[in-house]
Design a protein around this ligand. Structure first.
Ligand code: ADP
Ligand code: MG
Length: 731
């Protein structure tokens, strides 16, 4: 008997491998950025005037003049047509978690019917996608029903190839006509601008030459790659991106031989292929390696300005999905595709850099610059301390709930790891900066700190892999971010809370200076205060241990294990004030976003509930009953030929065990459907999300338990779904 499962396995074993040409005689630098309207191409295709104007608005975030926009559009069109592009699209990041495009051709008709190719400033600056189907949290329902996209000149336009078609993509923000943002990019740009201002103000205590601070982001993307045909034989992988049932394989990751092992050839061809596409798009990928789990891998680029890094990450996720198809592979970006096997994260390495070329989280070369480093370092810790719940909220999703708090991922408790050296430095500042702290003390302390810090650079092994938010020498690494997330979500929060903290810092320092305190002593006094106040967020031990959960509770740190609870952080009065004061979100926007995230959570769990019900009724139970019938026939036969009960005791036992599992699955699926109906009748979104979380989702594990038991009993030939060992080890 043939089933999708065995056809799929057959196709993997006999399928032809896709060879890719490699780089030929080309170096990466020869293709890097070839599909991007970057500085070099701009210079070629734009007048001096247009070039300067575009560069200036990219740098300052101001609008490009309408007249200039026409020139820029003409230049972009000339460049793109030279590459065979026929269409253009505004490219944006709605709150669906994916990217969106609406393609228009350059082709148009003049009033007299003449056909021309046209792309002018209007088309570049603003478009009106039919946006009614994107999530808006009620914003567009009550106001204008329309939204529009607006050009973001700070992120360069690029060309996407799909088959033989080529499209010019213009990065844009997406907003409602009433002004509210409906995407990730608009608030991200606001948070970057806010942090720029607050950080420059604080930099001026140390260096008057700083006039701009950019946020930097380097993400590390984890993902699984499995065979496409096998994935397609599993409705759960197809519809939910993760397996809802499936027994763990005899060989999992216990041996840990996959980590840094050699990359399987088929996956290697896929990697080379998507890397080439990424290079053309100017995504500076740098590392690739195996991850801990079988079939799990990671890639990471060189860090970039935050906005561009976010665009590049979302773009790369698209590229990976598309390129995988060419190799008949499937990329799983889900946070937890396989139970009992490591999940996938997306580490967000975050820092700030000045236009004078200083990384503000990199220890300095002189006592003076080290004080600047210490200032930003301590402010970041204080920000995480004050707004830990918001950071937790920023990474909350139905997918990530399966990962956070599970034993191989950072827990849902936010804490900061800084390592031994810096812990000592902070302790010293705390104990030595007293009320009567003198200028002489200051000089000695700064020298002492300075003597300690350079060693930090020498010792990069001082790392704690279990921390959700770790200082790693010259940046903070936010590790709890989910692999399928849009990095903008944590970045918006991180930038905003850093802004708020730096503003508070400046206020406190200025107040002391006004009282007659010397500037650097005032800085140290406030640092000491921040260090003391933020102490409870610092944790150097094993974040995965049970003791930490207990200790964290004693310290009063929250441990929100589920998304509906974690999201509450966005709608507290203090959060509303924070986002409003810093001009990131209005109160309405924040409420709308909260609503959208809850809806998204509900939808995800709802779909999973449907699929697990379907898998049970249409796959698991028929296979079990089928095998049970075989056993029954066997027992009958043995009886018929006159054997006694002893000779079919095992069969009887199995029949009975199977009956029990079948019954349990049936009952739990029915109860789950009832719970879903009840939840669907709840009008309040927040309550509905809680019901899906605590009343519907709770059946998943129960159903799975019995289904996985049946998988172990039922004749392998009759089992319709590719098993874990096939998904993870056949390629
Ligand atoms: P790992 O965390 O795997 O040990 P690295 O420390 O080399 O690797 O860097 C991880 C990521 O951090 C890379 O993507 C890198 O680009 C990024 N990164 C390095 N410096 C910065 C910085 N100043 N700002 C933001 N990201 C950075
Ligand atoms: Mg890392």
């Amino acid at each position: 008997m043939s089933s999708l499962r065995f056809e799929a396995i057959q196709s993997v074993l006999t399928g032809e491998e896709k060879k890719i040409s490699g780089y030929g005689d080309k170096k990466i630098t020869a293709i890097f950025g070839s599909h991007v309207f970057n500085g070099r191409t701009m210079r070629e295709y734009l007048s001096d005037e247009a070039y300067k104007s575009l560069m200036n608005s990219a740098k300052t975030g101001t609008k490009v003049e309408r007249r200039m926009a026409d020139q820029v559009a003409a230049g972009m069109k000339a460049w793109a047509e030279g590459q065979g592009v026929t269409h253009f699209t505004h490219w944006f990041q709605p709150l669906t978690g994916t990217t969106a495009e609406k393609h228009d051709s350059f082709f148009t008709l003049k009033s007299d019917g003449t056909a021309i190719e046209l792309f002018d400033g209007d088309a570049l600056i603003q478009q009106e996608p039919d946006a009614s189907s994107f999530p808006n949290g009620g914003i567009r329902a009550t106001f204008e029903a329309r939204g529009y996209t607006a050009w973001d000149p700070s992120s360069p336009a690029f060309i996407i190839e799909a088959g033989s078609g080529k499209t010019l993509c213009i990065p844009t923000i997406f907003i409602a006509y009433s002004g509210e943002s409906l995407d990730y990019k608009a608030p991200l740009l606001k948070s970057i601008a806010a942090l720029d201002k607050a950080a420059v103000d604080v930099c001026h205590y140390f260096d008057k030459n700083v006039s701009k601070v950019t946020t930097t982001l380097g993400w590390e993307q984890e993902y699984f790659v499995i065979d496409e045909a096998l994935a397609n034989a599993r409705p759960d992988l197809m519809m939910c991106g993760r397996t809802l049932i499936g027994h763990s394989p005899a060989k999992g990751q216990q041996l840990e031989d996959h980590y840094f092992g050699s990359i399987p050839e088929r996956v290697y061809a896929f990697m080379q292929d998507y890397e080439q596409e990424a290079y053309k798009l100017g995504i500076p990928l740098r590392t690739r390696h195996n991850e801990v789990a079988p079939a799990q891998f990671e890639c990471a680029p060189i860090f970039e300005e935050c906005n561009i890094a976010v665009d590049h990450n979302t773009l790369l996720m698209d590229v990976m999905n598309k390129v995988a198809k060419r190799h008949k592979l499937k990329v799983l970006l889900h946070e937890k595709p396989f139970a009992g096997i490591n999940g996938s994260g997306k580490h967000n390495n975050w820092s700030m850099a000045t236009d004078t070329g200083v990384n503000l989280l990199s220890p300095g070369k002189t006592p003076r610059t080290n004080l600047m480093f210490l200032t930003f370092f301590v402010n970041a810790i204080k920000a995480v301390h004050d707004y830990a719940d918001l950071l937790r909220g920023a990474i909350a999703s139905a997918n990530n709930d399966h990962r956070l708090g599970a034993n191989e991922a950072p827990p849902a408790i936010i804490s900061v790891y800084i390592g031994n050296y810096l812990s000592n430095v902070l302790d010293e500042v705390e104990s030595r900066v007293t009320e009567k702290f003198s200028e002489q003390d200051e000089v000695i302390l700064k020298l002492d700190i300075h003597k300690q810090i350079p060693e930090l650079l020498m010792d990069n092994t001082d790392r704690n892999r279990t921390s959700p938010f770790a200082f790693t020498g010259n940046k903070f690494e936010f590790r709890a971010v989910g692999s399928s997330a849009n990095c903008a979500s944590p970045m918006i929060v991180l930038n905003t809370i850093m802004t708020e903290t730096l503003k508070q810092f400046k206020k406190d320092v200025d107040a002391l200076i006004e009282k007659g305190e010397k500037k650097e002593i005032a800085v140290l006094q406030v640092l000491r205060d921040f260090i003391t106040k933020s102490k409870k967020i610092r944790f150097e031990g094993d974040n995965y241990s049970d003791e930490w959960a207990e200790e964290a509770a004693r310290r009063g740190l929250n441990n929100f294990k589920t998304t509906p609870e974690a999201l509450d952080a966005f709608v507290t009065e203090s959060s509303k004030k924070l986002f409003y004061d810093n001009n990131i979100y209005s109160k309405r926007e924040l409420e709308a976003r909260h609503e959208i995230m809850l809806e998204e959570y509900i939808k995800k769990v709802q779909i999973e509930a449907r699929i697990i019900g379907y898998l049970s009724a249409n796959h698991v139970l028929p296979a079990a009953i089928n095998y049970q019938n075989t056993l029954i026939a066997n027992v009958r036969g043995l009886k018929e030929i006159g054997l006694d009960k002893k000779s079919y005791a095992a069969q009887l036992n199995m029949i009975e065990i199977m009956s029990n599992h079948i019954q349990e699955i049936n009952d739990n699926v029915e109860a789950m459907i009832e719970a879903r109906k009840k939840a669907n009748n709840e009008a309040d979104t927040h309550k509905r999300a809680l019901m899906y979380c605590h009343e519907v989702k709770t059946y998943f594990d129960k159903i799975r338990y019995h289904a996985d038991k049946l998988e172990l009993i039922v004749d392998d030939k009759l089992w319709p779904l590719p098993k874990y060992r096939e998904l993870l080890f056949i390629r």
